[in-house]
Design a protein around this ligand. Sequence first.
Ligand code: KG4
Ligand code: ZN
Length: 338
Amino acid sequence: MKDGKLVTLAIESSCDETAAAVMLDGREMLSNIISSQIDIHKLYGGVVPEIASRHHLNNVNTVVEQALEESGLDMDDVDMIGVTYGPGLVGALLIGLATAKAYALATGKPLIGVHHIQGHISANYIEHKELEPPFMALVVSGGHTNLVEVTGYNECKVLGGTRDDAVGEAYDKVARVLGLGYPGGPLIDRIAGEGNPDAVEFKRVFLEKGSLDFSFSGIKTGVLNYVNSEKQAGREINVADVAASFQAAVLDVIVKKTVDSAVELGKDKIVMAGGVASNSRLREMLGSACRKRGIKLYHPSPVLCTDNAAMIGCAAYYKYIAGGRDDLTLDAVPNLEL
Ligand code: KG4
Ligand code: ZN
């Protein structure tokens, strides 16, 4: 405890970020350490699972020590240990989970397993002190694209998801086709700002009427086909125009489905989460669609959009105060459902 508040030490290692954080009563961030492996995976154009696990193993203890040191607290002050146990890369998850279990066993502190997506959504509670459920959540990251109805801190229902690629994955693949580099999301975000979103007409995939699912593999192929046919015709490709047109096609669908679902379910708040939630055009488009419907839009700042442990600490706290506990049999679940 610290000043009568519960202290959470949280660990996240589901993909290519080794992260640890210390939180007070779930919403107050005392430290948030993120050791990113992006520069290593960049060499391969994407995350290499085995390499990710090895780097998590090398970094995790240092990251936890730094998080405690920066918080000004020590292990005796900690009330619970929160950790991501899925979904994610199994080898990567196992490193964070084994570390959290070791701390829990050595100190006798309760272990709280957190769903990674629950964590992403909870990132919003950290910066928006007044935010409370219920609301509609749009989770858009490198591994996920979900519309989630959040009815309580620990209660939610997935209304739709991607049938193929996650939206961040589509950004990363299209960036590769355009020769922009990795990770592609922020690069497309930047260059699309200089392009014309109406330059190339890519198909908007809405699926069956009423469906809140998504499909992004078609647009990825659409961009590839467009680039190849232009090259064959000997025409120069305007990368900014293609990036802007791709982005417009993807975001038109996401924004419409998100706002329609909120209106349908009578939600007056929409919360964005995940790496793609820091996309500037998505924020603009969703922001303007929400204003027209009288819906309040929330999103975390970029550092809390991408993978971090503060969001895991927040979700762990809400699970803990609702009586949730895990034990040392908790296993990593790569395809964990919400
Ligand atoms: O949430 P995150 O760090 O990891 C997962 O849980 O997947 O999200 C990473 C993804 C990557 O695909 C990256 O390209 C994308 O988020 N991303 C963006 C932006 N920043 C990160 N996509 C579009 N625009 C951005 N500004
Ligand atoms: Zn994530």
